[in-house]
Design a protein around this ligand. Structure first.
Ligand code: SF4
Length: 355
């Protein structure tokens, strides 16, 4: 029986997501992935297995209020199939989202999923991976001769469920054979062993989301430690994957420059000199929507997130909702700081964007 201790999760020792309940949507069992997941957990009597005869699963997740429902949802694995195969666009990191997983076991207070997936915080895996990759091929063909980029972590962190979904593995192998497509995903976890020996042919970029210890201690829960993420980043880079870092969200707080400088310095010191591809950087300053703020204040009532509208600037967002970003002076300072630091500290690098 697999037993997960909460203390281990907090220390970042256990990375695989072990659900408290598995909810299986109607018809999902026709897919191999669903059967494999059940096989993985069949001897764990602590896990409740719920078969649905409709696709209404929310009532099977207990919780009298948002606070407890959120926590129970984060322990729930829904196995379903992606019915609508119309992929969402995914600016600025890719052309399309690849819909493998939605939701995440992490409890990061600032998480962007609080806006995107506010009422769906549970982890849902799409078992019809073959259909999804076939659809990806159609999008690739439509854009020929241009290369099409797919993002695998737009609505999730796919690594904690990878040991039993193999969705990343299948996607990496699929894109590895496709010179006109690229795949990328980002993670705050470190369990990348199963991806190291795959034939990726440099077509998949793996990025690691990192931050200062202050930000991690203050706002992230149930994620891998920063050191473990860094170790994993070196492993994937050493087997030839294009690799990068997402530093997000960047907060302006006392000593932020010193602490982000130390983080970058640490990266510089651990990165091997002979990497095949430039290390990429994506830097995203903290922003929030009112939807997220309202939800975060219910789910994490003691949070210390800087969400004071008077200190922020309102900006219309890509999906129709406005967000509160740092004012121009702070943003300029963030941009200047990171461009200069990265330029000075790294030789073989590419800054994709700082926003
Ligand atoms: Fe959100 Fe990423 Fe944290 Fe998961 S690990 S809760 S996706 S920020």
């Amino acid at each position: 029986m697999i037993i997960v201790k909460i203390e281990d999760l907090k220390k970042g020792i256990v990375e695989m997501f072990i659900p408290k309940r598995i909810i299986i949507e109607k018809d999902a069992m026709e897919y191999e992935m669903a059967r494999q997941i059940l096989d993985t957990f069949k001897n764990n009597s602590d896990i409740e297995i719920i078969y649905l005869d409709s696709n209404k699963f929310k009532q099977h997740i207990p919780g009298d209020d948002l606070y407890s429902w959120y926590r129970e949802s984060k322990k729930s694995l829904v196995i379903g199939a992606k019915k609508s195969l119309k992929f969402q666009t995914c600016k600025p990191s890719a052309h399309y989202q690849l819909p493998l997983v939605s939701g995440c076991m992490g409890h990061c207070e600032y998480c962007y999923l609080n806006t995107m997936l506010g009422d769906r915080p549970f982890i849902k895996v799409n078992a019809n991976i073959e259909d999804i990759l076939l659809q990806a091929q159609k999008y690739i063909d439509e854009r020929l001769p241009d290369v099409t980029i797919f993002e695998g972590a737009a609505t999730s962190d796919p690594i904690p469920v990878e040991p039993y979904t193999h969705s990343l593995e299948n996607s990496i192998l699929f894109f590895g054979k496709n010179s006109k497509a690229r795949f990328r995903f980002v993670t705050k976890y470190n369990d990348v062993e199963s991806l190291l020996n795959l034939e990726h042919n440099g077509n998949t970029e793996i990025r690691f989301s990192i931050n200062t210890q202050h930000v991690i201690d203050e706002y992230e829960h149930f994620t891998s430690s920063c050191n473990k993420r860094l170790e994993a980043s070196i492993k994937v880079a050493e087997v030839g994957y294009p690799m990068g870092y997402l530093i997000a969200p960047v907060f302006v707080y006392p000593n932020w420059k010193e602490e982000y400088h130390s983080l970058l310095l640490k990266l510089r010191d651990i990165l091997p000199d002979n990497l095949k591809y430039p290390v990429t950087f994506e830097i995203i300053s903290h922003r929030y929507t009112m939807t997220a703020k309202n939800r975060i204040n219910q789910v994490f009532p003691d949070n210390q997130l800087p969400m004071n509208e008077e200190d922020r600037k309102f900006k219309y967002g890509q999906f129709g909702y406005g967000k509160y970003v740092y004012p121009k002076e702070d943003l300029d300072e963030i941009k200047q700081f990171f461009y200069k630091e990265i330029e000075e500290l790294f030789k073989n690098k590419e800054v994709k964007y700082i926003i």
